[in-house]
Design a protein around this ligand. Structure first.
Ligand code: UDX
Length: 480
């Protein structure tokens, strides 16, 4: 059977699977055949906590398939960066033979695979597979992290050549990086991707990350979850090396807008791709709060904090006297088992002004009128969700692209404050009040302007809307 058929393979993390699944839905809305591959454990999570069944039912051309986990069993919550690194490295090494069978499968109802959209983090995986099998296939890399980090990843070898890397210890962290085109004199050493840090946590080395990024040069095209108006300068640099770049973001909003046009209910879009059980009780609590009065606090899927850090955040939030909704994943805190006492003043302050859940419907929370700010780890999905909702941010980055994202939030987009490398109750209290009270108008103005641009980009005639049309055309043209 002739026609286009796209095989998609994300890295098995919430922050990667979610935007790729949104793209899969968008392609299926354009009636393309898509086979979405998950590892067994991720498929099970999506079946248990998400609603992968209803996705299959909604889109006759969207198919799901699974491969064995390429890593030893992990719970996928609070995994920290070492376990995350193990999963990425292990999947990169072992997924190829598992994907081979799916790629070679024949079916009378579905065209053969004509295009692979792989998670860019897997480097040359698809190219190796295609050349081993000797089949012509179009390979597109989707980088789910931010373009403002993809570019430094790509440029890292040059920073070594100009002696701006390596970082020479803690005392070197405020040195400005000058030789990065499009970002001249913007990043300090502490704003570079976390892998650049001396003694970086985790096991993804700077050399590995840089090498994998260079592999994207061999892909036929690159997909980025951003919109032109957000990342114009960085994109113009990326395009010097990657001539075919599709900017389709913010993908979650892009999908919601398309679904609204096709009259498909979109209120459970994010729930569908959830790895965790969503607790909706916070929505009723938010309904009872005044407009813009609540700080939403969430550190994403993998961040872990020490008990000392937890206490600093908690005291800072309570002392700020602002209302807060905090996603307290059960495994957010390491070392809690040794001491889980909660000081009385925190219990009381939380009872009075706070609400905690283990996992929130975040996209929905951020668009609730009660939300006035977001204390975030600056994961790329969270950043985009906040930008779309026009919610200013306080950033406490943990690892990978988050260090760069938080710098852009404060210095480029000017939609918040960067608390990087500081965890102190007085600073938390001050930043919360700056964001929610003293500098509220300033941040709100730029956040709302950015939200407007994001919305325009996915509306007919907008940059991401046009880019999606171009991508569909491209996939069809290479599938003839
Ligand atoms: C990591 C990286 O840091 C990120 O930048 C990279 O691009 C992907 O992997 P992660 O911890 O997964 O990040 O954070 P993020 O990218 O922000 O994604 C978290 C997702 O979980 C968001 O879509 C968010 O809406 C969702 N979430 C989070 C919930 O639905 N409920 C919650 O309670 C918390």
């Amino acid at each position: 059977m002739a026609g286009a058929h796209v095989l998609m393979f994300p890295c098995p993390f919430q922050g990667h699977v979610r935007p790729m699944l949104k793209l899969a839905e968008l392609l299926a809305l354009h009636h393309l055949h898509v086979t979405f591959i998950n590892t067994h454990s991720i498929h099970n999570r999506l079946t248990r906590y998400g609603d992968i069944q209803s996705l299959s039912a909604s889109y006759p051309t969207l198919h799901f398939n699974t491969i064995a986990d390429c890593y030893s069993h992990v719970n996928h919550t609070g995994i920290g960066d070492t376990t995350a690194g193990n999963i990425i490295l292990s999947t990169t090494l072992h997924a190829k033979p598992l994907l081979r069978n799916i790629l070679l499968a024949q079916s009378p109802e579905i065209p053969k695979v004509t295009c692979i959209i792989q998670d860019g983090i897997f480097g040359s995986l698809s190219n190796d597979l295609a050349s081993e099998l000797g089949i012509p296939i179009t390979i597109i890399h989707f980088r789910t992290s931010s373009p403002c980090c993809f570019w430094p990843y790509f440029w890292l070898p040059n920073l070594f050549k100009t002696n701006e890397l390596p970082i020479r210890g803690d005392e070197d962290m405020d040195r400005i990086i000058s030789n990065m085109p499009g970002m001249e004199n913007l990043l300090r050493c502490r704003d570079l991707p976390s892998f650049c840090r001396p003694g970086a946590k985790g096991n993804l080395s700077i050399d590995w990350v840089s090498f994998q990024t260079q592999q994207s040069l061999a892909a036929d095209a690159l997909i980025l979850n951003t919109f032109e108006e957000l990342d114009r300068l960085v994109l113009s640099q990326i395009r010097l090396y990657f001539p075919k770049v599709y900017t389709l973001g913010p993908l979650h909003h892009h999908l919601n807008v398309r679904k609204a046009e096709t009259n498909e209910a979109n209120d459970n879009t994010s729930f569908r791709s959830s790895f965790f059980e969503v607790d909706r009780s916070c929505m009723a609590w938010l309904d009872a709060q005044a407009q813009g009065s609540v700080l939403y606090v969430s550190f994403g899927t993998s961040t872990i904090v020490t008990r000392e850090e937890l206490m600093e955040f908690w005291h800072g939030l309570v002392n700020s006297k602002k209302r807060f909704l905090w996603v307290m994943r059960p495994d957010l805190v390491v070392g809690r088992e040794k001491d889980d006492r909660i000081p009385e003043e925190l219990e009381e302050g939380t009872k009075e002004r706070g609400f905690m859940v283990e996992w929130a419907p975040q996209e929905e929370v951020l668009t609730h009128k009660a939300i006035g700010g977001f204390l975030t780890h600056s994961g790329w999905n969270s950043t985009l969700e906040s930008l779309v909702a026009g919610v200013p941010m306080i950033c406490w980055p943990y690892f990978a692209d988050q260090q760069v994202n938080s710098r852009f939030v404060s210095e480029v987009w000017k939609v918040g404050l960067d608390m990087k490398d500081v965890c102190d109750r007085d600073v938390v209290e001050k930043m919360v009040n700056d964001l929610m009270v003293y500098r509220r108008d300033e941040f709100l103005k730029s956040a709302q302007a950015m939200a407007m641009l994001a919305h325009q980009s996915v509306s007919p005639g907008g940059s991401s809307h046009s880019s999606m049309q171009d991508l569909i055309h491209y996939i069809k043209s290479v599938s003839k």
